[in-house]
Design a protein around this ligand. Structure first.
Ligand code: IMO
Ligand code: MG
Length: 423
């Protein structure tokens, strides 16, 4: 059985926790897009782990993790993440981690350009500043440097020289930024090639061979549907396909091999960075939920914007990802609320929108149409079976199922591994 877990909102839905749980049944876990802009938090026996590039399943001994070709890899960040795990007693070996030779590499000029481009924009995106956008841009412009190039001094030299010729002019003339020296970057990245060489291989062949041998593969999405470069709230998105299509191009596994798609949603909504957010709370609730849900970015530490559950948004995600099951995360954060709202449509200039609009103006000014429900006003974190959940909590979940036209299979009621209800 090959399974995809992805986010159906704006990222940070709790994918890390769900993957930690479902990856116990998978032989291989694969990241297929994004880079170290992701921040996936897993809590195991009161110890917190945050993963940026490594798949969240790396905590399970004897399993294989793969960084697929669709991921952009910052080797410095990857090595730091591996070193931090080693300090905590977890050795990441080439047997348990495979990195695609086709992954594009985040270079120092990508990270700097990410920040510089933001300064020139009128509407800032609020990126994570990890160089993700510029790295994907180079991939598409066909001047990118790939992991395999770090293993070939001759190819790396030519590609880096070509890049610096162009980039130094842009840095200098457009941004008045100092030029990069070739030799520093060249030696640094050859060094990364030496350190990571034994992890690098053709992961497309590896994965398809494993699938042929009936191994089960779990695909771990990063970001969320509305940060997808095609289907998200463009231009306030990330630079990769975080929707299900990204799995195939980002790993080299065909759609016919995918059995199930599980989408993670929070019981409310959050967003980090800029961009439209119709159901965003006003100040008082924003602070309450942010504190209760500890809504601060796992990558940048920025406070997350919070709002009510938006069923217009998530229904769109259910359609585009062909979602089989939903996982509702952080339900416990709503435990004390007297009233809970669900957005069921938008209104703009007298028109009612039941489907998620593409027009930026509509989306930016859309007024949510809410349905209000009574809260359950009691703690849920200790509950382990669906029927033991308070009646109003079940009503909330069942209403979401009706609106979204898909069943809820997992309900998370806390941060710890065992704080989950499986239906
Ligand atoms: P996980 O995997 C939430 C957001 C950034 C910004 C936009 C573009 O933890 O859910 P980028 O650096 O990707 O060019 O930034 O996307 N963003 C995320 N928001 N969770 C993430 O990952 C995100 N990765 C990127 O805040 O708005
Ligand atoms: Mg995150």
């Amino acid at each position: 059985m090959n399974l995809v877990v992805l986010g159906a909102q704006w990222g940070d839905e709790g994918k890390g926790k769900l993957i930690d749980i479902v990856s116990r049944d998978a032989d291989i876990t694969v990241r297929y897009q994004g880079g170290n802009n992701a921040g996936h938090t897993v809590v195991v026996s009161n110890k917190e782990y945050i993963f940026h590039l490594l798949p969240s399943a790396i905590l399970h001994k004897g399993k294989v993790c793969v960084i697929g070709n669709g991921v952009v890899v910052d080797p410095r960040a990857l090595l730091e993440e591996m070193a931090a795990l080693k300090k905590r007693g977890l050795n990441v070996t080439p047997r348990c981690l495979k990195i695609s030779d086709r992954c594009h590499v985040v270079m120092p000029y990508h990270r700097v350009l990410d920040g510089l481009r933001e300064t020139k924009r009128k509407n800032k995106i609020g990126t994570t500043g990890r160089g993700i956008g510029p790295c994907y841009a180079d991939k598409v412009t066909r001047c990118g440097i790939r992991m395999v190039d770090l293993l070939n001094p001759k190819v790396l030299k030519e590609k880096l020289q070509d890049n610096l010729n162009e980039k130094n002019e842009v840095f200098n003339k457009v941004f008045h930024h100092k030029a990069y020296s070739f030799i520093g970057i060249y030696n640094e990245y050859l060094g990364y090639g030496k350190k990571l060489g034994s992890y690098i291989c053709d992961t497309m062949l590896y994965l398809n061979k494993a699938i042929g041998q009936k191994k089960s593969v779990l695909f771990e999405g990063a970001q969320g549907t509305f940060l997808d470069i095609d289907f998200g709230t463009y231009p306030f998105v990330t630079s990769s396909n975080s929707t299900v299509g990204g799995v195939c191009v980002g790993s080299g596994v065909a759609p016919t091999k995918i059995d199930k798609v599980i989408a993670c949603v929070k019981a409310y909504t959050t967003r980090v960075g800029e961009g439209p957010f119709p159901t965003e709370f006003s100040k008082r609730l924003m602070e309450e939920i942010r504190t209760k849900g500890n809504e601060f970015g796992a990558t940048t530490g920025r406070p997350r914007r919070c709002g009510w559950f938006d069923s217009v948004l998530v229904r769109y995600a259910v359609i585009v990802n062909g979602v089989s099951d939903l996982a509702i995360m952080k339900l416990d954060v709503l435990d004390d609320l007297r009233k809970i709202k669900i957005c069921t449509a938008y209104r703009y200039r007298g028109k009612v929108y039941k489907e998620f609009p593409t027009d930026f103006e509509v989306l930016s000014h859309a007024e949510p149409v809410y349905e209000e429900m009574d809260g359950w006003m009691m703690p849920t974190s200790g509950i382990r079976s669906y029927r033991r959940l308070p009646r109003n909590a079940r009503k909330y979940i069942e209403r979401l199922e009706q609106l979204l036209k898909v069943g809820v299979k997992y309900i998370s009621i806390g941060t710890k591994r065992d704080e989950i209800i499986v239906r």
